[in-house]
Ligand binder design. Structure first.
Ligand SMILES: Nc1ncnc2c1ncn2[C@@H]1O[C@H](COP(=O)(O)OP(=O)(O)OP(=O)(O)O)[C@@H](O)[C@H]1O
Length: 291
C-alpha cells in the first residue's frame, strides 16, 4: 500500500445530527484487507462510510483513510477509493455499458481493458441483455447491480460497499462475493457494511460491530465467536435433523454435565456440539437479532 500501514485510522471520531449523537468517539486502526461493519438499523454504519469516503464531514476527531485525512486530503483520497450504495452516481441518461466504460476510463483503464472488464461484469450480474439500454429504464434491482459493477470496474486501493447485497437475488449475491474475493486477492481492500452475518462470516478478515455510537466488538469472525463462549449441544432425530438445541457455557464441565443429564433421560439420542454463530455474537452484543 502506498501511504501507511493502516488502511483506516480513527481517533476520537464523532458525528451527530442535531441533538442526536450517532458516532460517539471512535478509535480504530485497521490494516489492509476485507472488513465488515455490522450493527442494528440506525447504528451509524452509513454515516461512518460516508465520512470515510469523504461525503460527510465528521464533527470532531480525525479519520485517515490510506494515510490521507478525509477533510484535508479529500480530492486525493477520492481518486483512490470507490463507493457503492445509496449515494453512488450512475447516470440515468447513459446506457449500462456507457456508464461502465466511463468509470473504467476515469479510473485509468485503457479503452480495451475497460471494454473487456465491462463485458465480464455485465455478464456476471446478468445485465448483458440490457447493456445498451438507458439506465433510466432499468428496474431498481438492475440499477443496484449496475451501481455495484461500476464500483468494481477498476482496481482502486479501497472499495466501500454499503449494504451491497441488500435486495439482490442469490446469483448476483454469489457473483459479488466472488468479485470481492478476487479483488481482495489482487490487493484491493474492501470495507463493507451488511445486515447479513453470513456475508461477514464468509468474506471478512475482521468484523466490527457498531452499537450505541461505539465499536463494541472488533476481531476475526472466530475471535468474536470465541468471546461469546457458550457452545450448543444439538440433539438430532433419526434422520439427522436437529430437533433441540441445549445452550451451554462452553466449558468441559458444563457440557459434560448437560450431556450426562441428557444421556440419563434419553440414552439413545444422537448429539453434536456446535460453536456459536455470528448471529449469536450479534444478539449478545446488541440485544437485537440480525436480519
Ligand atoms: N442527514 C441526516 N440528518 C439527520 N439524521 C440523520 C442523517 N443521516 C443519518 N441520520 C440519523 O443517524 C442515525 C444513523 O443513521 P445511519 O444511516 O448511519 O445508520 P445505519 O447503521 O446505516 O442504519 P441502517 O442499517 O438502517 O442502514 C439514524 O438515527 C439516522 O436517522
Amino acid at each position: 500500500m502506498r501511504y501507511t500501514e493502516h488502511l483506516i485510522e480513527l481517533d476520537g471520531l464523532t458525528k451527530g445530527f442535531g441533538k442526536q449523537e450517532v458516532l460517539n468517539g471512535l478509535d480504530l486502526r485497521l490494516p489492509p484487507g476485507v472488513h465488515a461493519l455490522l450493527g442494528p438499523n440506525g447504528a451509524g454504519k452509513t454515516t461512518l462510510v460516508n465520512i470515510l469516503s469523504t461525503l460527510t464531514s465528521p464533527d470532531s476527531g480525525a479519520a485517515r483513510v490510506l494515510g490521507l485525512d478525509v477533510r484535508r486530503d479529500k480530492r486525493e483520497l477520492q481518486g483512490l477509493i470507490s463507493l457503492t450504495g445509496q449515494y453512488a452516481a450512475v447516470d440515468g441518461q447513459l446506457s449500462g455499458i456507457e456508464n461502465l466504460l466511463m468509470m473504467g476510463r476515469l479510473f485509468g483503464l485503457s479503452r480495451r481493458a475497460a471494454a473487456a472488464r465491462a463485458a465480464d461484469l455485465l455478464d456476471r450480474f446478468d445485465l448483458a441483455k440490457a447493456a445498451g439500454r438507458r439506465v433510466g429504464t432499468y428496474s431498481g434491482g438492475m440499477r443496484r447491480k449496475l451501481d455495484i459493477a461500476v464500483s468494481l470496474i477498476a482496481h482502486p486501493e479501497l472499495i466501500f460497499l454499503d449494504e451491497p447485497t441488500t435486495g439482490l437475488d442469490t446469483r448476483s449475491r454469489r457473483a459479488l462475493w466472488e468479485e470481492i474475493t478476487a479483488l481482495a486477492a489482487g490487493g484491493t481492500s474492501i470495507f463493507l457494511t451488511t445486515q447479513y452475518l453470513e456475508e461477514a462470516d464468509v468474506l471478512a478478515e475482521r468484523v466490527l460491530v457498531l452499537n450505541g455510537g461505539r465499536i463494541v466488538a472488533d476481531g476475526t469472525p472466530s475471535q468474536l465467536k470465541e468471546n461469546v463462549g457458550g457452545s450448543t449441544i444439538q440433539v438430532h432425530d433419526g434422520h439427522g435433523r436437529v430437533i433441540e438445541e441445549i445452550p451451554t457455557r462452553g466449558s468441559a464441565a458444563d457440557v459434560s454435565r448437560r450431556l450426562a443429564a441428557l444421556a440419563a433421560a434419553r440414552p439413545d439420542v444422537q448429539v453434536t456440539v456446535r460453536r456459536p454463530t455470528l448471529d449469536e455474537v450479534f444478539l449478545q452484543l446488541t440485544g437485537k437479532k440480525a436480519a
